[in-house]
Design a protein around this ligand. Structure first.
Ligand code: 5AD
Length: 433
């Protein structure tokens, strides 16, 4: 199994290496390993991860060559924009502007997000998928996520692992358990990028996590994203120096009032500062928010989309709010599936170059079809849950998470089979910039 295709270094430009993938040019930073022209390497998220011995690289490339072009054909067929759309005149006018790369106005985004008519919505998804293919071809990022502790000192009103949820069994993986999980993800399943996530757990402070990152980086060729809430400028710097290169931190909502109401003791300003600081430190930033919070309007969600795009993140992660029974929001409702699909499509229009994840929460909202519908509405990334089985069910940010009881092995097989059906390749080639 392989989540990356080796590329060949053809030269250097500024501080980046130039890589050839089946005749296409890509660029990557090289922080970690010594490389020279002619080397075969794996790159992920725009970073060179490791050098691959030439013989091994050639074998993998041989295996991929036919499959890769076959998959591209399927993707091309599925993302064509042919035939006359039955969408309304206004919708078509806005989407035609998007296709031409013209700027879409705020109220036009709101119009698209509030579409109800099936033909209108289908045309929106088709346009988004077309734009996705134009910039990213059929590359689909597959990251793994390890949720290493569900202890949390925060009390976010909507989150199932909030401090006041006394009925949730709490766990904290040891360093040895985390290292084992990482090793198996990298060696057995071939993951090249992993997210380490937890609640804001005082026992896992910045120094302890930084030490762990360093150890992981010394023992594994893998890109590490960290997702442990707010740690401030010094904390971020420690993670970066230890070898992490990405952070996953959502701003959740860009409506200050909703933010303040949902996050006791925190403010949107602090959250945005943290995200901006992460960018300044040099991290790849994965960010986004929740759709369907009680009191949230379409205008709020459009602001979230534009706010996220203004951050120019590596990847967008927007999922539905799902009520958790042991929270003050137990009686609230999730948004309909198409609200999430429209959000993904609008993100794709707002930022053609960014990666967009088809989230687990979306799959939970619509099991079986959710993830693929996300991919057909502009998404091009996914995360598989690698948290050990005995802990996974307790990382209950919301109930009934889709992969709660599915082994990593099966998740990987299902993901690959889904991607094949859609003509996508589980690779991270970037958008060619
Ligand atoms: N529904 C959906 N997503 C949730 N999260 C927390 N609680 C919920 C919920 N009830 C998300 C937040 C957080 C991420 C780790 O989990 O967006 O950033």
């Amino acid at each position: 199994m392989c989540y990356a295709i080796p590329g060949k270094i053809t030269g250097f430009q500024d501080k980046k290496v130039i890589i050839d993938y089946f005749g296409e040019k890509r660029y990557a930073h090289n922080d970690f390993v010594k490389v020279k022209t002619g080397d075969y390497i794996y790159a992920q998220g725009g970073f060179v991860i490791n050098v691959v011995p030439e013989k091994e690289a050639r074998e993998i490339l041989e295996f991929w060559k036919e499959t890769f072009f076959e998959l591209r054909k399927v993707d091309l067929r599925l993302s064509k924009l042919e035939g006359k759309s039955g969408a309304s005149k206004r919708t078509r006018a806005i989407l035609d502007a998007a296709l031409e790369g013209r700027k879409i106005k705020f109220e036009e985004y709101v119009h698209l997000l509030s579409l109800e008519d099936t033909e209108d919505k289908e045309y929106l998804y088709k346009v988004a998928n077309f734009i996705r293919r134009k910039y990213h071809k059929n590359a689909c990022c597959v990251h793994g996520i390890i949720e290493f502790s569900n202890h949390c000192s925060n009390n976010c009103l909507y989150c199932g692992i909030r401090k006041d949820n006394a009925s949730l069994p709490r766990y904290r993986m040891t360093e040895a358990e985390i290292l084992d999980t990482v090793k198996s993800a990298v060696d057995t399943y071939g993951f090249k990028a992993l997210v380490l996530q937890s609640g804001e757990d005082p026992e896992y402070d910045v120094d302890r996590i930084a030490k762990l990152i360093k150890r992981i980086r010394t023992e594994n060729d893998v890109l590490i994203f960290i997702s442990v809430g707010e740690v401030g400028k010094t904390g971020l710097k420690k993670f970066y120096d230890a070898g992490a290169r990405g952070t996953l931190i959502r701003f959740e909502t860009s409506n200050e009032n909703i933010y303040a109401r949902l996050h006791p003791g925190d403010s949107l300003m602090r959250r945005m500062k943290e995200i901006e600081e992460a960018k300044k430190t040099g991290f790849l930033v994965l960010t986004g928010g929740l759709v369907g919070f009680p009191g949230q309007t379409d205008e709020d969600t459009v602001k979230d989309i534009l706010n996220a795009a203004a951050l120019a993140p590596e990847m967008y992660s927007f999922g539905p709010f799902i009520p958790h029974p042991q929270t003050p929001f137990a009686e609230k409702q999730s948004p309909p599936l198409d609200k999430i699909l429209k959000t993904i499509a609008l993100l794709r229009i707002a930022d053609p170059m960014g990666k967009i994840v088809s989230t687990t929460a979306l799959e939970t909202l619509a099991p079986v079809e959710g993830r693929n519908r996300g991919f057909m509405a502009g998404a091009n990334s996914m995360m598989l849950n690698l948290t050990p089985d005995n802990y996974r069910k307790h990382y209950q940010i919301y109930p009934g998470r889709i992969h709660e009881n599915v082994s990593v092995d099966l998740q990987v097989r299902e993901a690959v089979s889904d991607l094949r059906k859609l003509g996508r390749a589980p690779t991270d080639l970037g958008a060619g910039v």
